[in-house]
Write a protein that binds this ligand. Structure first.
Ligand SMILES: Nc1ncnc2c1ncn2[C@@H]1O[C@H](COP(=O)(O)OP(=O)(O)OP(=O)(O)O)[C@@H](O)[C@H]1O
Ligand SMILES: [Mg+2]
Length: 221
């Protein structure tokens, strides 16, 4: 079977050619469809950078990255956002909700205008599954941290992505809310046969995944 994500000899450097900061060095891994993988490693080791590369929000300096067999290194921005829209849902540690949009408007945010109306029922359904049926019209400032994160996850899932990328999705939550979040994410991934790549500092979460990738100093150990 084809991999959902494939990194081949991927390197990432920042800064000038003369004085580059090498953040990732020769990264190789693949994630199959329906696989749940966690990425762990010390602060600054390059975990977020891997998520940014896999989502095409950052460009590799060297190597090849395939998303469902499609090479994304070197793609132009419009083609790249098409691949992203068709394949990927992203959840960040800081939720990045738009402050003046309600919960349901935030979930519908990334959809094209023509889809927003059709998907409203789906958005309501997702938010209800996440225990937020009574919070649809609330602004982010009127929601708790855990509720905001659930809105952010609903937003990542509304497009039915084949791949979910999550960068410390529970990093800003207490342990009770982390547990709720993780159950939602794991249930959804299994039910919808999606792959999930998740950065976490929490070993108990990492151990619930099919596989753990450990990063140190920009390399897989
Ligand atoms: N835009 C940038 N310009 C220069 N260096 C950067 C940039 N973004 C990240 N870095 C550096 O790349 C390295 C890896 O960063 P990254 O954010 O991937 O680490 P991380 O493993 O996610 O860390 P944390 O656990 O603290 O979130 C760090 O040393 C960081 O300082
Ligand atoms: Mg990070």
């Amino acid at each position: 079977m084809n991999a959902a994500i494939q990194f081949n000899n991927v390197s990432l450097s920042y800064g000038s050619k003369i004085d580059p900061v090498e953040v990732l060095k020769g990264i190789n891994f693949s994630v199959s469809s329906e696989e749940i993988v966690s990425i762990i490693g010390p602060s600054g080791s390059g975990k977020t950078s891997i998520i940014m590369l896999a989502s095409g929000l950052e460009t590799a300096t060297e190597g090849s990255i395939k998303i469902n067999s499609q090479e994304i290194v070197g793609l132009k921005e419009n083609k790249l956002s098409e691949v992203r829209r068709e394949n990927i849902g992203i959840v960040f540690q800081s939720f990045y909700l738009i402050p003046n949009l309600t919960a349901i408007e935030n979930v519908l945010l990334s959809l094209e205008a023509s889809q927003k109306y059709n998907q409203e029922q789906e958005a309501k359904k997702l938010l209800s599954e996440f225990g937020l049926s009574h919070r649809l019209g609330h602004l982010p400032s009127e929601l708790s941290g855990g509720e905001q994160q659930r809105v952010a996850i609903a937003r990542a899932l509304i497009n039915k992505p084949k791949i979910i990328l999550a960068d410390e999705p529970t990093g800003n939550l207490d342990s009770a809310n982390s547990q709720i979040m993780m159950d939602l994410l794991f249930d959804y991934t299994k039910k919808s046969k999606t792959s999930l790549v998740m950065v976490t500092h929490d070993n108990s979460i990492a151990e619930r995944c099919d596989r753990i990738i450990e990063i140190k100093d920009g390399q897989i150990v």
